[in-house]
Design a protein around this ligand. Structure first.
Ligand SMILES: [Zn+2]
Length: 204
């Protein structure tokens, strides 16, 4: 495993040598030895390293930004138009402003809610998931996602829940994952009520 891989997956700090826990955020690091899946995840409910839940929800998600802008514009309209309306006595302004503000805040609020829910779906397996030993499957560049001409890597992994086989996958920008070996053990966390909600612990 190359040293490039010694990067905290929770807060992105880099280390020259492997250590089991990150100094910055306290998160577990992915172990450098292919045969070693690392320490068993702590029992649920787990606390996520600081800032990681927010990153999961909003980083690389333009809908969150657009939603935030819509919501802010809605609030602004809700202040500006009524102020003009009251100052000038043009009560129609109040009506138009209120209407526009309602549309923008509703749209923005809906987008933020969707982003938040999708984020919570990613956060929940980390917090409440059951830990099981899984293994690395295929690792490849994901052609479906393209940001500025670059593709993230997709790491597939296999695990069993209730005696049934499941497959999960995680995208990462860390090119060091090409060093992962097929069949190498890793910890997987899944929600017992819905094993399709699953993550790798620690993440990549
Ligand atoms: Zn960290």
């Amino acid at each position: 495993m190359t040293t490039a891989f010694i990067r905290c997956p929770w807060c992105s700090v880099h280390y020259d040598a492997f250590q089991s826990l990150c100094d910055q955020c306290g998160g577990a690091l992915f172990p450098p030895e292919p045969s070693d899946p690392g320490a068993v995840p702590p029992p649920a409910p787990r606390a996520l390293p600081k800032g990681y839940a927010r990153n999961l929800m909003f980083s690389g998600n333009p809908l969150g930004l657009v939603g935030g802008i819509f919501f802010a514009v809605g609030l602004l309209l809700g202040v500006i138009f009524p102020t003009i309306g009251i100052a000038t006595g043009l009560w129609l302004m109040l009506l138009i402003g209120g209407f526009l503000a309602l549309i923008f805040t509703t749209l923005g609020g809906t987008m933020l809610y969707v982003v938040y829910q999708a984020g919570m779906n990613k956060v929940r397996p980390y917090k409440d998931g059951v830990a099981v030993l899984g293994e690395v499957g295929n690792v490849y560049k994901n052609p479906l996602v393209n940001v500025n001409g670059r593709n993230p890597y997709t790491v597939e992994y296999l695990f069993r829940a209730d005696g049934r086989p499941f497959e999960g996958q995680m995208d990462t920008w860390s090119s060091a994952v090409i060093d992962l070996e097929k069949g190498q053990p890793l910890h997987v966390l899944y929600l017992p009520e819905d094993p399709l909600q699953n993550v790798i612990y620690p993440p990549l």
